[in-house]
Design a protein around this ligand. Structure first.
Ligand code: 6R9
Length: 653
């Protein structure tokens, strides 16, 4: 299928029920024009949809690239997610249907969630947590993760969620960078039937994290743990009063920090505000998913990633929808978990990743065909480009040609969806594999190296030319990096996304992957530098260069070229490969398991000492031409890499 092919599905769009929204009945173009004519006014109308304790004095305070949205306004995120519903018909409606890996379900109504959040918020206060303090949350996918986040938001503490698949190093880096006072964890989590000993990881890092005063431990797996002096059980913390007054937070105050991989070794602490972020989430969820109060929304992301923060926690709860939260992986214990869950709970919207879909395709159509998926009205994808073939499979086998697909492009930094079809606004033909259009108020432009817009059908860098309320406000502890990473490549009021894209002749946007050294492994972001420093932290490794190769299942697969320390030259390559693989799994996490490891004596570098990853990439992707070698310092290095690669590659084949 070419990118010019389109599937005209306007009929399909019409099938999805429209809710009363401020944009109802309007055409995308018209809404977009309104947005561009007076963008500040447009966003302030969107901000009216959330609840404010005090309205803002100024819509946007522009001091590029430090933008402040709804200055002077105060609000509370947990109030917007919970209190707004408990005096309405939604009080006893299911907010969360939690499904465990072992087919157990647990339902929390809005009222129950509200009570749990209030109690836990009081518990945090009793432990001395105050407005502006940082709290690190290291929990598996259980409802308490959401409760902990909302409790922090209620008392004005800044939450830092660390993906429970990350290991000790990642956890201690995040605790120390944010100077967290409290860490919230569980005795253990379950993943593929195996116990993940989270508390043990926390025990390892506590001596390295002097800022931590208390460790709150949720009993989840009931495994044996060691109790230390700073530990307190979750169930003891919540023995408190049932109501906690929500703090009135400044619109511009940080709601959370979420660390994400960039092009340097150190993950970046992306900071999101309260007022702008919530405004943006409310609006985008309405436009893209067209939430109605009949919806059962199933977003399969882990809350440890931004998709979970925005479209499991904040957006669905603000809209009062019922959502499904799933603890496990798509294929355990059976390769049918998503379909089983859709059928069991009658999901109306499924929002998942191309990686998961590619995996399911491998298991064959018979499996999803065994389930009743007729409750679905809308399908979504996020995290990486979706191949048109996978899109068609999703459309036909899962959606039975009845459900539109929204391919949503966005980033940790953008806070919410920036490019997607909008089922809540308009019916436009979909093109499988294209993200469609930028959302109202978002000006996405494709430019060349000098920042000039490129012609249609030409690849270039994707930039955003206007501030938007969901944008990150800064990088924690690193204003300078915030400026250099996002706002210096072109101009200090043009946001650089780090992605390649093109506009086709019909004006549809196609996302073409990262333009920088960031990899997407199974939809998860990892930086090459970050991985390289993990390889080098192994005792036998002197130097490392990481690249990737497209992988049918995972999107990208990690390929490492390593130089051994001389004293370890005698160790067998095979033995070392096993050791290093386990080292990476321990130090970064199982998602970073390298696909291939090659040993070389020298890495190809420029005369200024920069590793030429471009060359490694062409070799490992089997390209016959490897491009310009004029900056290469030592030609023999490339020959060696080529040889190491082909010998081992042949052996593997
Ligand atoms: C939400 C999320 C951001 C990067 C982004 C891009 C890639 C995300 C995509 C997509 C093509 C889509 N990406 N959605 N590429 N089509 N629909 O994934 O955030 O983890 O920060 O990653 O993911 O490369 O720059 P994050």
């Amino acid at each position: 299928m070419t990118n010019q092919d389109s599937v005209n599905l306007s009929g399909v769009y019409e099938k999805s029920e429209k809710i009363k929204i401020s944009l109802e009945g309007k055409k995308l173009e018209k809404v977009k024009n309104q947005a561009s004519e007076n963008s500040e006014q447009f966003w302030s109308e969107q901000a009216e949809n959330i609840l404010w304790f005090k309205k803002w004095d100024k819509i946007l305070d522009s001091n590029p690239p430090f933008y402040k949205w709804f200055v002077g306004g105060t609000l509370n995120a947990s109030f917007n997610c919970l209190d707004r519903h408990i005096n309405t018909d939604l009080k006893n409606k299911a907010a969360v249907i939690w499904e465990s890996e072992t087919y157990e379900s647990r339902v929390l109504t809005y009222y129950q969630l509200y009570t749990s959040v209030n109690k836990f918020a009081n518990g945090l206060k009793n432990l001395g947590v105050k407005k502006g303090d940082c709290v690190t949350i290291y929990l598996p996918m259980v409802p308490e993760l959401m409760i902990a986040m909302l409790a922090c938001a209620r008392i004005g503490a800044i939450h830092i969620v660390v993906f429970s698949g990350f290991s000790a190093q990642a956890l201690s880096d995040r605790i120390n960078d944010s100077n967290s006072k409290v860490v919230i964890t569980a005795d253990g989590g379950l993943r593929r039937g195996k116990l993940i000993e989270l508390k043990k990881v926390v025990d390892q890092v506590i001596p390295l994290c002097p800022s931590i005063k208390h460790v709150i431990v949720l009993k989840r797996a009931s495994n044996n743990i060691k109790i230390n002096s700073k530990d307190v059980w979750w169930h003891d913390v919540i023995e408190t009063q049932p109501y906690c007054e929500p703090e009135a937070m400044e619109s511009i105050s940080p709601l959370y920090i979420l660390y994400t991989s960039g092009t340097t070794g150190k993950p970046k602490g992306v900071v999101h505000s309260s007022g702008g972020y919530l405004t943006y989430l409310y609006a985008t969820a309405k436009w893209v998913f067209n939430f109605t109060n009949k919806d059962i929304f199933f977003c399969t992301a882990d809350i440890g990633w931004v998709t979970g923060h925005s479209y499991i926690v904040y957006a669905p709860l603000m809209h009062g929808v019922t959502q499904i939260m799933y603890e496990g992986t798509p294929d355990y214990p059976q390769p049918d978990r998503y379909w089983n869950i859709v059928e069991k709970h009658g999901a109306t919207i499924l929002y998942t990743t191309p990686t998961a879909l590619r995996m399911y395709i491998k298991f064959g159509d018979r499996i999803p065909n065994n389930f009743d998926l007729s409750s679905l009205r809308l399908l979504g994808t996020v995290g990486e480009p979706i191949n048109p073939e996978v899109w068609m499979w999703y459309f036909k086998v899962i959606g039975k040609e009845n459900c539109p697909i929204v391919d949503t492009w966005w980033q940790t930094e953008t806070g919410g969806i920036m490019i997607s079809g909008c089922t809540g606004i308009d019916a436009v033909p979909m093109k499988p594999g294209s993200g469609s259009f930028s959302l109202p108020g978002i000006n996405a432009v494709v430019v060349d190296e000098s920042g000039n817009p490129v012609d249609r059908d030409k690849k270039g860098y994707l930039v955003i030319t206007r501030p938007w309320p969901g944008m990150l406000t800064t990088l924690w502890n690193d204003k300078e990096k915030y400026q250099t990473t996002y706002w210096k490549k072109f101009d200090n009021n043009i946001y650089f996304t780090g992605d390649y894209a093109l506009y086709d002749i019909d004006g549809y946007i196609w996302l073409l992957g990262r333009a920088d050294d960031v990899l997407k492994i199974s939809g998860h972001r990892l930086g090459t530098m970050e991985l390289e420093s993990a390889f080098v932290s192994h005792r036998a490794i002197a130097e490392a260069a990481v690249t990737s190769r497209p992988d049918e299942k995972k999107g990208d697969s990690i390929i490492a070229f390593l130089v051994k320390r001389t004293e370890f030259n005698t160790l067998s390559d095979q033995q070392l490969r096993i050791e290093i693989t386990s080292h990476i799994r321990d130090s970064v996490g199982p998602i970073a398991t390298p696909g291939e490891i090659y040993f070389v004596n020298k890495l190809p570098k420029t005369r200024s000492g920069k590793i030429m990853r471009r060359l490694l990439k062409s070799i490992s992707s089997g390209s016959s031409t490897i491009g310009d070698l004029s900056t290469l310092e030592d030609g023999t290095s490339i020959e060696e890499v080529r040889q190491a690669y082909s010998e081992l590659h042949e052996a593997i084949k």
